[in-house]
Design a protein around this ligand. Structure first.
Ligand code: GLY
Length: 425
């Protein structure tokens, strides 16, 4: 079977790794891929946002399944184009992807469908948005409606900070079109969880929950990042909470999307907060999360390829058996480059020492130079996942494997999973 994975980060390496476990004879192509994926497949130098180039590659190679990793090609309508060519593609259409790419659309849909979420109003006028900020009071959340490279959500501790965020988006246009509409949203407190579900548009196959670590510093301090690590399973997300998420979040959202004429197929990611008032959706994403995927997939015992292929071919998941999971815990520690999450330095040479079978090093921002040396080439460089019988052992193995990787300017957190360990799980 020939599969094309679109993207070149840690998430795509984890997807490639799992699909090759599911089918050791898989003929795997990635575009653009990375040196980690190159070790198990073939990488083609086509950018993840080059929709014409990706369609031409899929046709030329006669691939039987395309899996789209990042949101950018989904927003550009890659799946619509592939389907028009008769190529099975895993991921939502451009219209359905708006559940992530337009926070205004997602919020209005959730409120209309009765999906638990915080209240928010949308503005294009800065004065009106600031009036809403003052009405709600601080802390308050200001969000760019569109995709802003993970920087479009400001949790403002003061009115002044929130007003500055409004000005940066609506007056200074720092996010361009993505910030032309802003949401001013109630602040919520509680622990966040990421829950993914594979869906045919009607039925869902939920996965175990994971918890991301957004801040650069240990103890969840410092600047926000794309994610410095993740772990699973999460003891505050037992099967009853996953069932509740299916009933109160996934199914009504999918129904509302169908009714809006935008059936969603692929992977729906619910970013939840467990507030004192119960679970609420913080945001949806229309694709696998990164780095949660690197933590979740090594625990997935049953096939990922089979339900993905079914969904991409337009088959129903009705009656499909649920995912099966390995026992134990998984911890992913992200290694970031010098300067991250600010201006990143690239080109530092990376040395990865030998490790056991229970540690997987997923590549994210890496490249091979002309001499074959591995070098940093992005903010998040590697994601080191360890699987072990307990969370404490998985954390220790992941952190020590991360410590053994060397490159100048390396940054990582040794405390991934600290909340879970504090709970004594
Ligand atoms: N881990 C957050 C995201 O993938 O958006």
């Amino acid at each position: 079977m020939k599969v094309l994975i679109v993207g070149g980060g840690g998430r795509e390496h984890a997807l490639a790794w799992k699909l090759c476990q599911d089918d050791p004879y898989l003929d795997l192509i990635a575009a653009p891929g990375n040196p980690g994926i190159e070790a198990i497949g073939r990488c083609e130098a086509v950018s993840a946002t080059d929709v014409d180039g990706l369609c031409a590659l899929a046709q030329r190679e006669k691939v039987e399944l395309v899996i789209v990793g990042p949101e950018a090609p989904l927003e550009l309508g890659l799946v619509d184009r592939l389907r028009a060519l008769g190529i099975p593609a895993f991921g939502p259409t451009k219209a359905a992807a708006e559940i992530e790419t337009s926070k205004r659309f997602a919020k209005e849909l959730m409120i209309a469908a009765g999906v638990p979420t915080s209240m928010a109003r949308t503005f294009t006028d800065a004065a009106a948005a600031k009036a809403e900020v003052r009405r709600l009071g601080a802390p308050v959340v200001v969000k760019a409606s569109g995709i802003a490279a993970g920087k479009g959500v400001i949790v403002a501790a003061t009115i002044a900070e929130a007003e500055a965020a409004v000005d940066s988006m609506l007056v200074e246009n720092v996010f361009g079109a993505a910030g032309a509409e802003v949401l001013v949203e109630e602040f919520m407190t509680g622990e966040e969880l990421s829950i993914f579900a594979i869906t045919d548009g009607t039925h869902v196959l939920p996965m175990i929950a994971a918890q991301d670590h957004k801040r650069i510093g240990e103890g969840d301090t410092g600047l926000n990042t794309g994610g410095m690590g993740a772990y699973c399973p999460v003891s505050i997300a037992p099967p009853s909470l996953i069932d509740e998420t299916v009933q109160r979040v996934f199914l009504p959202t999918l129904r509302a999307l169908r009714e809006a004429g935008r059936p969603f197929t692929g992977l729906l990611y619910a970013g939840l907060m467990l507030t004192p008032q119960g679970m609420k959706v913080v945001e949806f994403n229309c694709r696998f999360g990164d780095p949660e995927t690197e933590a979740i997939l090594p625990l997935l015992q049953s096939s990922l390829l089979e339900p993905m292929l079914a969904v991409a071919r337009g088959d129903s998941l009705a009656g499909h058996p649920p995912h099966r999971w390995h026992a134990g815990a998984s911890v992913t520690t992200v290694l970031a480059a010098h300067g991250y999450p600010g201006a990143v330095r690239s080109g530092d040479e990376i040395a990865i020492s030998a490790r056991g079978d229970d540690v997987i090093v997923f590549h994210a921002g890496t490249k091979s130079d002309a001499e074959g040396a591995l070098r940093t080439a992005g903010g998040r460089v590697l994601a080191v996942t360890a699987v072990a019988p307990t969370m404490a052992e998985a954390r220790e193995k992941s952190a020590s494997a991360a410590a053994n990787v060397t490159f100048e300017g390396k940054q990582f957190r040794r405390d991934i999973g600290w909340r879970e360990l504090q709970r004594g799980a």
